[in-house]
Design a protein around this ligand. Structure first.
Ligand SMILES: [Cu+2]
Length: 158
């Protein structure tokens, strides 16, 4: 006798966003300013940056995937006693009405095996996986090494 109830429990969260948008359109989470910096060495991973906005109710980013790289990971760089290290991160909370920047020197994506077609096109689509099941599709501009301003240290030692 449990099956009908678990089915209902699955359906209920899906219905919620529709109900919410009927009364006042809360601003959804979104991602902008996405860009990729290729490594000068083709065998090294590229780095990816973006700004995630939490919308009216906040969100949690659980990962990023793309058809145009072999592998993508979320990392965070930290400098301690003059040593820069990086750690893999599994999720990032984005506060309601706030934002989290993935930027050089801090949180970043690492992308292995970026597709040559995407490189010659100068952009690639990233899919941001949110904890509520949403998938945000965002075009990231691909910059060749040496073009970007700012801190360029964190991926050269990989
Ligand atoms: Cu990294």
């Amino acid at each position: 006798m449990r099956a009908p109830f678990s089915l209902f429990a699955l359906a209920a969260p899906l219905a919620l966003p529709l109900a919410l948008s009927a009364c006042g359109d809360p601003a959804p989470a979104y991602v902008d300013q996405a860009w990729i910096r290729l490594s000068p060495n083709k065998d090294m991973p590229a780095a990816g940056y973006f700004v995630a906005h939490g919308g009216d109710s906040g969100a949690q980013l659980r990962g990023v995937i793309t058809d145009y790289a072999l592998k993508v990971e979320m990392h965070e760089s930290m400098t301690k006693d003059g040593m820069t290290t990086m750690e893999r991160i599994d999720s990032v909370d984005i506060p309601a009405k706030g934002k989290v920047a993935f930027a050089p020197g801090g949180k970043h994506l690492m992308l292995w095996g970026v597709n040559d077609t995407a490189i010659s096109r100068g952009k690639m689509q990233l899919t941001f996986l949110m904890a509520n099941g949403d998938r945000l599709l965002v075009d990231a501009v691909i910059q060749k090494p040496g073009v970007a301003a700012g801190n360029t240290g964190e991926h050269q030692q990989h």
